[in-house]
Design a protein around this ligand. Structure first.
Ligand SMILES: [Zn+2]
Ligand SMILES: [Zn+2]
Length: 397
């Protein structure tokens, strides 16, 4: 990994740890890693001293569900598009991303994985830890804004190519699809966080998926089964859904879109209290319209993705009737979650950093301010606005 060889010493920082704030703290970074966290004003002589005057020093955010930003969607499948989207999110505090596929043809998905792999090799800018294989294995009746012709059932001929790249770290499949069990088992062999999303699955289907290693559900309450939605499949008796399954099983984690448009404050509070900080992730699920003016854009690939409208706050389907993913960065989600719930600042930041890092198996490298981890750090002011961003000790913003 390319990293700055010089040392940095942050002084007068309010350090955000996973469970507490430390005032007047000093954090020293060396060779791209965090070397020490302590108090007092002493920094090594060779270190560049940065006086934060009480501002927050937070771990960089980790986004496990993100489609694009600043005009680029990862499905555009060029290194430039990947770099543009990653840097767009760095401006909002994200230092580690899992670029997320939408539905698409096998060629489009393979091209996206290859472009992200090439970007990863550049070892510059925000970290790409791996890819979230999200589309194409969605239920037909829960497609949301994803292109319908890019949806299919999982088959080993298709998914083995993606797994063979060694880049897939998160793997989504709707549990009710034929072939889902084989998919989950393959994902498990490749060490992925296995998730069920865009699904109308029953309790029983979730149970089978759980046995095959599924432990996470994408964007809670969005494009997933509910008791009423399952009555379309089984009129009586009423069936427990993905929601009850996630709430009942402590091992299951999930994520919320805290953009203020997808979920009302009481739902954010409910998810936080029911799942707790160790099992709830903040994600952006952000598309290419991040930091672009309101208008019409494509979700997924630039040439063949489905159209949506951004009003500058959130995405909408062209008829204006359904939401179509978010258009804001992780800093917005953090501020909204802090404002809308009883979660403390360390808890909110944990849900945007350490928790997603733990769920994806990278918590030994990033996700909290701890000696030995990468110097993926943010300076936030008291209004939680991003002021400086470092990845591996390299200043990005
Ligand atoms: Zn989705
Ligand atoms: Zn999404």
């Amino acid at each position: 990994m390319k990293s700055s060889t010089h040392a940095i010493g942050f002084v007068n920082a309010t350090v955000v740890l996973p469970d507490q704030l430390i005032e007047a703290a000093t954090v020293v970074c060396r060779d791209g890693k965090i070397a020490s966290v302590g108090q007092g004003n002493d920094v090594p002589e060779d270190a560049k001293r940065i006086d934060l005057r009480g501002a927050y020093l937070s771990p960089g955010f980790v986004d496990i569900h993100v489609h694009g930003g600043k005009g680029a969607d990862f499905m555009d499948a060029t290194v430039e598009a990947v770099a543009t989207a990653c840097m767009a999110h760095a401006e909002h505090g994200t230092t580690t991303l899992f670029p997320t596929t939408s539905t698409g043809s096998p060629e489009q998905i393979m091209a996206m994985i290859e472009a992200c792999g090439q970007y990863k090799q550049l070892q510059t800018g925000p970290n790409v830890e791996g890819i979230h294989l999200y589309g194409p294995y969605f239920a037909e009746d829960k497609l949301g804004c994803h292109p319908a012709d890019g949806r299919r059932d999982p088959s080993p001929e298709d998914f083995n190519r993606y797994f063979a790249t060694g880049l897939i770290r998160i793997a989504t499949c709707a549990a009710e699809l034929p072939g889902s069990q084989t998919f989950y088992k393959a994902a498990q062999r490749h060490g992925c966080l296995i998730t069920c999303g865009h699904s109308n699955s029953t309790w029983g289907e979730m149970q089978s998926a759980f046995k095959a290693g599924m432990r996470h559900v994408d964007h809670f309450w969005c494009a997933m089964s509910s008791i009423p939605s399952l009555r379309q499949r089984f009129p009586a008796p009423m069936q427990a859904s993905m929601a009850e399954f996630v709430l009942m099983h402590e091992e299951m984690s999930t994520e919320v879109l805290a953009d203020g448009c997808h979920l009302a404050p009481e739902l954010l509070e409910f998810a936080f209290r029911m799942k707790g900080v160790g099992r709830l992730c903040l994600v952006t699920d952000c598309n290419r319209a991040l930091d672009l003016p309101p208008g019409k854009y494509r979700f997924g690939n630039q040439a063949s993705g489905s159209w949506f409208k951004s009003d500058g706050k959130v995405g909408w389907t062209p008829d204006g009737k359904s939401l179509a993913s978010s258009v804001v960065g992780m800093d917005h989600m953090v501020r909204q979650m802090k404002h809308s719930t009883t979660a403390t600042l360390p808890e909110v930041i944990r849900m945007a950093s350490l928790t997603p890092a733990e769920r994806t198996g990278i918590a030994d490298q990033t996700g909290s301010i701890e000696p030995g981890k990468r110097a993926d750090l943010l300076v936030l002011n008291r209004q939680l606005r991003v002021k400086q961003v470092f990845a591996r000790g390299e200043r990005l913003i």
